[in-house]
Design a protein around this ligand. Structure first.
Ligand code: PLP
Length: 348
């Protein structure tokens, strides 16, 4: 079975494994208060154009759901909710982690998986500006993911427009970067980490899906998130006792361009996949400039293809076809893509 199910089907980049081995018998302070975490934080701050002690804080946690829950819980008042797309990861795939904090998700349908300023305007009209606003859940934060759950990527102009809409209503902008590497390595991306730090109130840089064993790096700019953030991390069971393991991974990812190199590989494999399928006349749900493709294929073909290749079902399209998600990773060998395309061609 060759896996295209997700981008966390493999372990970690060899540079990370090597550093874990080299440091294995070194002793460190616990809970992320060690020199390697500081080194990794400084590397991330430098990528954001900042020095320690300026406006940004960097915190490491184990996973994406934890990052989303922590950031949202740390800032919102009890009656505030989160504007997001129905496809947003926290709406569909986090087992109610946000609802568990008491915060309602204010969802909007978006065919390309992106939040639009019009959605923020609409939500504000129905709540913040409504006559009965004191009886309603009010929006407090806008959640976007980049790349989105459909593999689409926000442009600089789109993010600036969201910032403007958030400022109009006093809302926070939070970007889930579980797949940020692939978004930033795509041809759509016209910004860097520094821009994201400036435009978002908070965002996180995903490691788990881009060459780390585990780990996400949360970047907080707005002071509203910061007080007690470490306490909240501990309380929500997000603090790793051996915190340096996260530091080691981000330190390696943010040296020698490894973070972007991993993402470029994933995108290149995915492009090969897309071009190969397109040449066979396959249709796609959306344009896929990153590491995820959503081809629409006949059900009988999928039944046979599924015997040798792992992918996930994204939705049924009519009577005889389905849309699947095919994901390449930092570690996908080109030979696996070739094998998939050859098998598909034989079945079509
Ligand atoms: C966009 C996005 N955010 C968050 C997550 C959650 O990550 P985790 O499974 O590490 O909690 C995922 C995982 O697939 C994701 O795709």
């Amino acid at each position: 079975m060759i896996q295209f199910m997700s981008d966390y089907c493999e372990g970690a980049h060899p540079n990370i494994i090597r550093r874990l081995e080299v440091t294995n018998f070194e002793q460190f302070d616990g809970y992320g208060e060690d020199r390697i975490c500081r080194e990794a934080q400084e590397l991330i701050l430098a990528a954001c154009g900042r020095k320690p002690g300026e406006d940004l804080e960097v915190h490491f946690v184990v996973g994406g759901t934890q990052a989303n829950k922590l950031v949202i819980k740390s800032a919102l008042r009890p009656y505030e909710g989160v504007i997001c797309c129905t496809t947003g990861h926290l709406n569909g795939h986090e087992a109610g982690a946000i609802e568990d904090t008491g915060h309602k998700l204010l969802t909007y349908v978006s065919p390309d998986g992106k939040v639009k300023p019009e959605m923020i305007d609409d939500c504000a009209k129905r709540s913040l500006l409504a006559w009965d606003r004191d009886h309603l859940v009010l929006p407090g934060l806008v959640y976007v993911s980049n790349s989105t759950e459909l593999g689409t990527v926000y442009t600089r102009a789109e993010l600036l427009a969201l910032r403007e809409a958030c400022d109009k209503y006093g809302l926070l902008l939070f970007l889930d970067g579980a797949r940020l590497g692939c978004a930033m390595a795509s041809e759509v991306c016209d910004y860097d980490f520094r821009f994201l730090a400036d435009v978002c109130d908070a965002y996180y840089i995903g490691g788990t899906k881009n060459g780390a064993l585990i780990g996400e790096a949360i970047v907080l700019r707005n002071d509203i998130f910061k007080p007690g953030f470490k306490n909240l991390t501990k309380q929500t069971i997000g603090k790793l006792a051996k915190g340096w393991l996260l530091g080691i991974q981000f330190s390696e990812l943010f040296q020698n361009d490894l973070y972007m190199e991993n993402a470029r590989h994933a995108n290149a494999m995915s492009k090969k996949m897309r071009d190969g399928m397109a040449a066979m006349g396959v249709r796609f749900l959306v344009d896929g400039p990153t590491n995820m493709q959503y081809p629409i294929l006949p059900n009988d073909v999928l039944d046979k293809l599924g015997k040798d290749y792992g992918f996930s079902l994204n939705g049924v399209e009519g009577e005889t076809e389905s849309c699947i998600r095919v994901v390449c990773s930092w570690a996908t060998p080109e030979a696996s893509v070739d094998a998939f395309l050859k098998s598909l061609e034989a079945l079509l």
